[in-house]
Ligand binder design. Structure first.
Ligand code: GDP
Length: 616
């Protein structure tokens, strides 16, 4: 869209001409002088705002040299141009604060309804956090509802005397602080578990500090009271020293005495939580689009990105477009902590959803939108802001001549974007890479500017391009489309499944010795469309070659949703009944994998080989 604005003269002329023709079929009494619009308003929506017909706007923009349709979304400059034409004053209003996703909508107090408390359990290791969470969960659900089928979703809701309580099932202070660091304050009440036979320990102190810093009311649960070594008075005294004085000693904090093992006192603890809740007056408006926080997120091999969300306001419905952190999508399916499918979820409910494009991070905020285009625009804006922020933190790097650049002192940091199958390996690879040193007294550091779980996405490539980074994939494989995009942008993607290989390559690249004697070449990819199980032979995958070609007895990777589930060698490649050397894109073939039969429909088989490359 051209940013050139028309001069005042020609604007007035045009404007007048327009108005005359319009007056004949527009209600005269509604003359719009000022209007509010939101970013990316469509031609149709704008036409309603300014009381013109969409055709007028389309014609107007056409005369200015821009072709639009009724659904085109307009940028700010264009909205201003149109407003000028009609002598109107536009004001841009933010539907939501895209950059923070913060809740800017004031709820009408009359709409507020009571909501269950959200409780986090903290305490020193081995004092019984996990056992307490398990005991509460098991005691408070109808038999058979849980059992082995329940997946862990990071939070669950129970009912005690007809009232609900939500527990964040992520014991440990890291989760709590990580969420707070990301701006999510979800916890209403902190329960500090302390073992009756052990007393206040470092992490007990930390837990008290966290609760105080978060301004959350605190309840102490003295656990393991079944043990003969318990010493309640000592615990009272140790907590009093921390400024947490028990009610019995004239203070304000309730100390519940429990045995997570026998279940004793658990009901009292729940009662205490509910009483504390009454004082807090926890209320939320369920009659609005949902807003809340991510409790947990992961990449599931068969379902794609899966996120556990905690609804803090509003009602989340299946099908709702959502922005979660910097990613977006639609709530394709939603289940509660018992794995039951839900159509809608109200405040304080933890739910697991699928349907996002990428894996968000625990502590990210989320928000539901009415229209998908709105959510896409907000996610895009957040992504751009993140890229901008990441870019500002990084300096330039060109990959081909890494060691030359180091030699000439051009670079200080080697930017890396790291994508891995699970959080654990992302962290391990990040730590290992950041320890790599070039030596010779040169101060060059590997800097991981983004490290997330999941397949490589377009936004990773955009960031890599913006900040001259290498993308390192660990136990993941890019799709053919992503590979092409990376090629177009000149971005290097390196894939590993062994940490030391990644480290070794990085060391070599930095020292100018990188020039792997063998370089991997991807022959192509095929999609598994049918499966045949033949005794003696194993599983034969009936495939369609979707890209490149399949090569007989080559190295293969089996991918499920972009994640490598197996790496090995192709055993046989057949076209109909005959052995084939190669099968090209667009043709069907039958593939078996050496020593591997667990192939599933929809899997992608990648065939690769190695070529010798010249040493530089
Ligand atoms: P966490 O590290 O705080 O999550 O602690 P766990 O819940 O894993 O418990 C640590 C150990 O204490 C486990 O061996 C539990 O079986 C034991 N434990 C937990 N609660 C009780 C209790 O009430 N009584 C007794 N005797 N042992 C308990």
């Amino acid at each position: 869209m051209s940013k050139r604005k028309p001069t005042r003269n020609n604007r007035n002329n045009k404007g007048r001409g327009k108005k005359q023709s319009q007056d004949t079929f527009k209600p005269k009494d509604i003359v719009v002088k000022e209007f509010d619009y939101t970013e990316g308003v469509s031609v149709k929506d704008l036409s309603e705002l300014i009381n013109k017909s969409p055709a007028d706007i389309i014609k107007l923009l056409f005369m200015m040299g821009t072709m639009v349709t009724i659904n085109t979304s307009l940028d700010d400059d264009t909205v201003e141009l149109i407003a000028m034409e009609y002598d109107m004053t536009p004001t841009k209003v933010e539907a939501v604060d895209a950059l923070t996703l913060e809740d800017t909508i004031e709820d009408d107090p009359a709409m507020l309804q009571e909501r269950p408390p959200i409780v986090t359990i903290m305490g020193h290791v081995d004092h019984g956090k996990t056992t307490t969470l398990d005991t509460i969960r098991n005691a408070k659900v109808v038999d058979g509802e849980f059992g082995g089928i329940t997946q862990h979703i990071g939070a669950y809701q129970i009912e005690h005397n007809g009232r609900k309580i939500t527990f964040l099932d992520t014991p440990g202070h890291e989760a709590f602080t990580a969420m707070r660091a990301r701006g999510a304050s979800v916890t209403d009440i902190v329960v500090v578990v302390v073992a009756a036979d052990d007393g206040v320990m470092p992490q007990t102190r930390e837990a008290v500090d966290h609760a105080k810093a978060a301004g959350a009311p605190l309840i102490v649960a003295i656990n393991k009271i079944d043990k003969p070594e318990q010493n309640i008075d000592r615990i009272y005294s140790e907590f009093t020293d921390l400024g947490v004085t028990p009610e019995e000693w004239g203070g304000e904090t309730v100390f519940a005495k429990i045995s997570a093992k026998t279940g004793e006192g658990i009901d009292d603890l729940l009662e205490t939580i509910l009483v504390a809740t009454e004082l807090e007056e926890l209320r939320a408006n369920p009659n609005r689009l949902a807003f809340g926080s991510v409790i947990e997120a992961k990449l599931d091999k068969s379902r794609g990105p899966v996120a556990t969300l905690l609804i803090q306001k509003g009602t989340l419905r299946q099908g709702d477009p959502v922005v979660v952190g910097t990613t977006y999508g639609r709530v394709r399916k939603m289940v509660d902590s018992r794995g039951r499918e839900l159509q809608e979820a109200v405040p304080s409910m933890p739910v697991e959803i699928i349907g996002l494009n990428e894996v968000p991070i625990a502590g990210d905020l989320f928000r539901a939108f009415k229209e998908e285009k709105e959510s896409r625009a907000v996610a895009q804006k957040r992504n751009n802001a993140r890229i901008e922020k990441d870019r500002n933190q990084s300096s330039a790097l060109s990959l081909d001549d890494l060691s030359d650049q180091i030699e000439s002192g051009d670079i200080k940091d080697i930017n890396v974007i790291l994508k891995a199958d699970v959080q654990g390996s992302a962290e391990a690879v990040k730590a290992a890479l950041e320890r790599v040193e070039v030596g010779d007294g040169k101060e060059v550091a590997v800097k991981v500017i983004r490290s997330t779980v999941g397949g490589i996405t377009e936004s990773d490539i955009m960031l890599a391009s913006a900040s001259n980074a290498i993308i390192i994939g660990f136990n993941i494989r890019p799709t053919a489309a992503i590979r092409k995009k990376a090629d177009d942008e000149g971005i290097e993607i390196r894939l590993y499944n062994i940490i030391y290989k990644a480290v070794e390559d990085m060391e070599h690249a930095m020292k100018g010795m990188l020039a792997p004697v063998f370089k991997e070449v991807i022959h192509g990819q095929a999609e598994v469309r049918e499966l045949y199980h033949v005794s003696k032979v194993g599983t034969i995958a009936g495939c369609m070659v979707t890209d490149g070609k399949m090569v007989k007895e080559s190295g293969i990777r089996l991918m499920r949703d972009g994640v490598v589930v197996y790496e090995g060698r192709m055993a046989t490649l057949k076209r109909f009944q005959n052995e084939a050397k190669e099968v090209a894109a667009g043709y069907e073939c039958g593939i078996t994998i050496e020593n591997f039969n667990d192939i599933k429909m929809g899997d992608v088989i990648e065939s690769y080989g190695e070529v010798e490359v010249e040493q530089r």
